[in-house]
Design a binder for this molecule. Structure first.
Ligand code: DAH
Length: 353
């Protein structure tokens, strides 16, 4: 008796699983349901037999039946769900290309910055940074810029009213301001070296945002980006400065670039220069020569202010505007275009991601 029922249940399970596997749509599934699972289906009589079996067999048969029902009901539900899911995707051609999802891209200013960092990295420069909110000390005094220098004028620099921020900026003397240049990073890097018990060589570039109360026009904004460079070591000379900058700008803007190192004045370098570049056949604003960079040999006072012995070490420094570089790369003649968030311009100038 027990064996007979066991065999029937086994056979039924095999049949049902085969029928379910063969059912390829909802109609076929309904046929399987009627044939096996309904009141008049093939499962019912077997269950009746189990019900009529002698009492002592019930526990064994009950377990058998539960297991059987678990399997066939589970398989039925699974098939039902699978058919419903495939009905939902019916008519969808999975081989068609998908709808494009708009992806962002790097802003041309930041793409130019990254390109510059990449070139300097190959030349052995490390990346450094400093805060946008600076103290007067780092932005001016430590850089040998005296209190009566015009750049320190209220009309040229954004001073902050809140003195409680002073500590966050480093705790050095003076009012807080939005840095007018990335040059204070030079001081922070050299001071950091001493604080860490290290000595030169130093070779860093420091990109970042700067702020000036400038009249806004095609080549000036009140917030813009600069990249600062500093090299300090024994025996660093003007030849190193020229070689480094020429190599960098040629790599960035083209092999055929020509240079002019024009004597200039910066308080923190001596001698100081402005670098003009010209690209044959490529005039910007009708001018052949375009100023692209300020530079010079680090002033001994600046080294001393930052705790470095100027008798032993020399260095060069430079700073250039990243907007200016992006303008040259893309031949854009008005820097305000970069800040307008016009996706047409961004799409045209940004490298594809
Ligand atoms: N900080 C200068 C400026 O904003 C640029 C500059 C000139 C940086 C000469 C330097 C330098 O490091 O040596 O105009």
């Amino acid at each position: 008796m027990e064996n007979e029922i066991r065999q029937q249940i086994d056979a039924l399970r095999v049949d049902i699983l085969a029928a379910l596997a063969a059912a390829s749509d909802a109609t076929a599934l309904e046929e399987v349901r009627l044939a096996y699972f309904s009141k008049n289906g093939k499962i019912a009589p077997v269950m009746e037999k189990v019900g009529a079996a002698p009492k002592e067999l019930r526990p064994v048969l009950g377990r058998l039946v539960n297991e059987f029902k678990g399997i066939v009901n589970g398989a039925f539900e699974e098939k039902k769900n699978a058919l419903a899911a495939s009905a939902e995707t019916a008519g969808i051609d999975a081989t068609l290309p998908g709808r494009p999802v708009p992806v962002g891209s790097l802003h041309p200013i930041y793409a130019a910055r990254d390109r510059a960092i990449e070139i300097f990295r190959r030349l052995g420069f490390a990346l450094a940074e400093g805060p946008d909110v600076e103290t007067e000390y780092y932005n001016f005094d430590a850089l040998n810029t005296p209190p009566d220098h015009p750049a320190r004028n209220e009309g040229d620099t954004f001073y902050l009213a809140d003195r409680s921020l002073k500590l966050a900026a480093g705790g050095k003397e003076g009012r807080l301001l939005l840095r007018t240049q990335t040059s204070p990073v030079q001081i922070r890097v050299m001071e950091g070296l001493g604080a860490a018990g290290k000595t030169p060589p130093v070779r860093i570039v420091a990109p970042g945002r700067c702020y000036r109360r400038d009249e806004i026009d095609a080549t000036h904004g009140i917030a813009f980006h600069q990249m600062e460079g500093l090299v300090v070591d024994e025996g660093v000379s003007l030849a190193d400065l020229k070689g480094t900058l020429e190599l960098f700008f040629r790599e960035l803007l083209g092999e055929d670039l020509r240079f002019r190192f024009r004597p200039h004045f910066f308080p923190f370098t001596e001698p100081s220069f402005e670098v003009d570049a010209s690209r044959p056949g490529n005039q910007v604003k009708g001018k052949e020569w375009l100023e692209i960079c300020g530079c010079g040999m680090v002033h001994p006072k600046v080294l001393r202010n930052a705790g470095i012995d100027p008798e032993r070490y020399t260095g060069f420094a430079f700073g250039f505007g990243i907007e200016r570089i992006a303008m040259m790369v893309h031949q854009v003649n008005d820097l305000r275009l970069f800040g307008e968030n016009d996706v047409r311009l961004l799409r045209q100038l940004s490298p594809k991601v």
